[in-house]
Design a protein around this ligand. Structure first.
Ligand SMILES: Cc1cc2nc3c(=O)[nH]c(=O)nc-3n(C[C@H](O)[C@H](O)[C@H](O)COP(=O)(O)OP(=O)(O)OC[C@H]3O[C@@H](n4cnc5c(N)ncnc54)[C@H](O)[C@@H]3O)c2cc1C
Length: 455
């Protein structure tokens, strides 16, 4: 088959690689002038670094297996990490059970209750089903107490889901708490996180080479502008290079070049982008019920300011901001995880936010945002001064976080769109786990299998 894969994120690259292994030729269309999608890197002065902070958990088997399978297991390094909560005017370390016992913002009985509730969940709650019909808020208040919700979990959920925080399904938190790190065993004292020693880029390069070796093409800065039926196959209309500057809506792209015909298509783009690509006849063939599922899922936008600093900002790799007065939700100091020597002594801090698509912060430039964030950064580190900033990069990802409310599983679009030969695979289908590169690897393989089943 000749297959068009739309999107060269992890899912698209893995899917095209798997199809290539099965003897099919794939053209991968990508809007961004680089590979990797949400895990794409930028050049930060002779070194590659992800636009958005990235690490792996020790439970991320699909991606570690892929590194091994591609003959590059030594790329992955596992490093100790450090995490803190910022609230009540200071950062509280929060990496070990001992940190929980010393966590000042909660009363001593609340600390114990919270720790026991997590342990009990990790030990006994094997199945997500009982958690699908309740909100995380209700479960936390019942199992851990109101204080744990007010001080810790409520601010965290608000940070990620804004005013939808109280509606988030317990299934989402179940995934976070049970599938990653356990509070007991080898990692109880020091969490290990993974990072590829030369960034995620070598993985994308090797996948791209494999796709091309199987007779395919990897077309970066070459988005799809339109997708239509063509007999029992499909027609992809490509858009002009530079279209990424016009945003994410394919309707805003200028078509360029010949329409290409394919036997099958795998789209790995977000729901709204997929809807925007569809020719009315193809949308009709997919049918209202499927399209309605796509329309029913909301996303929050990631707004990520990456700062190069001339010195260390704080003590921790990851600081969750639980103080509602601060206008950002996380500080991720990459060079407190990977040593700055890797980057010729440069230091990098991500200032993270997840926002409603209408939030006014999304309209600010990097400098305006830095100005807006500076008082908050000073609250965390009173010595901070804007003169520490040597360079800054700002990225926005509109489809960064699907909003997983109660009843979400009924809205998840199946991989099979109902039109033979047309598969959709994106982060909204990662459930009950929270989306991540590990699950994008799994999804890419699932999408290839789904396509081969239908053709
Ligand atoms: C702020 C942030 C932090 C994260 N941190 C982590 C982490 O620590 N660890 C982790 O494992 N994961 C992390 N993730 C999540 C992870 O990056 C994603 O889950 C994963 O990369 C998704 O892969 P994907 O291929 O499904 O989607 P995407 O990466 O979104 O790929 C979709 C691709 O489609 C392209 N596209 C869009 N429109 C078109 C078009 N019209 N034509 C052609 N192509 C198009 C996009 O440019 C993109 O490359 C993070 C994500 C964000 C936003």
């Amino acid at each position: 088959m000749r297959v068009a894969v739309i999107g060269a994120g992890v899912a698209g690259l893995v899917c095209a690689h798997r199809l290539g292994e099965a003897g099919h030729r794939c053209d991968v269309y990508e809007r961004w002038p680089g590979l990797g999608g949400q895990a794409a890197t930028i050049d930060v002065g002779g070194h590659l670094l992800e636009r958005y902070y990235h690490h792996l958990f020790t439970s991320d088997r699909h991606i570690t297996d892929l590194y091994a399978e591609l003959g590059m297991p030594e790329e992955l390094e596992w490093r100790p990490s450090s995490m803190a909560f910022f609230l009540e005017g200071r950062s509280w370390p929060f990496t070990t059970p001992m940190h929980l016992l010393r966590f000042g913002p909660l009363s001593p009985p609340s600390r114990i209750r919270m720790g026991l509730a997590v342990l009990r969940l990790q030990k006994t709650a094997r199945d997500v089903a009982p958690f699908e019909r309740m909100t995380a808020r209700d479960w936390i208040r019942r199992a851990m107490g109101a204080q744990a919700y007010e001080k810790v979990w409520g601010p965290l959920l608000r940070g990620k889901f804004g005013d939808r925080a109280d509606d988030i399904s317990m299934a989402w938190l179940w995934g976070k708490l049970t599938m990653r790190r356990k509070l007991e065993g080898k990692e109880a004292r020091q969490e290990l996180l993974g990072y590829p020693r030369r960034s995620w880029e070598p993985l994308f390069g090797v996948l791209g080479d494999r796709i091309e070796a199987a007779g395919g093409r990897v077309l970066v800065d070459r988005p799809a502008a339109r997708l239509a039926r063509d007999g029992d196959g499909f027609a992809v209309l490509p858009a002009a290079p530079g279209s990424f500057r016009r945003g994410h809506d394919p309707a805003a792209f200028e078509p360029a070049g010949e329409t290409e015909r394919y036997d099958a298509v795998v789209a790995t783009v977000p729901n709204d982008v997929f809807l925007g690509l569809l020719d009315p006849d193809l949308a009709g063939a997919i049918g209202r019920p499927y399209l309605a599922r796509l329309e029913s899922i909301e996303y929050h936008t990631a707004l990520c300011l990456l700062l190069e600093l001339d010195r260390r900002f704080g003590e921790y790799y990851w600081t969750n901001i639980a103080d509602p007065e601060l206008p950002f939700v996380g500080l991720i100091e990459h060079t407190n995880f990977v040593e700055p020597e890797r980057y010729g002594g440069r230091r990098f801090l991500y200032v993270a936010n997840y926002l409603d698509p209408a939030d006014e912060l999304l309209g600010l430039s990097a400098d305006e945002l830095l100005e807006r964030y500076t008082p908050g950064l000073r609250k965390v580190n009173p010595a901070f001064d804007a003169s520490w900033v040597r360079n800054r990069w700002l990225h926005r990802e509109p489809a960064a976080q699907p909003i997983v409310t109660v009843g979400y599983p009924e809205r998840i679009p199946p991989l099979d769109t109902g039109v033979p030969g047309l598969v959709l695979a994106n982060t909204t289908q990662i459930y009950p786990e929270d989306r991540g590169t590990n699950y994008a690897v799994r999804l890419g393989g699932d999408a290839a299998r789904e396509l081969l089943k239908s053709r």
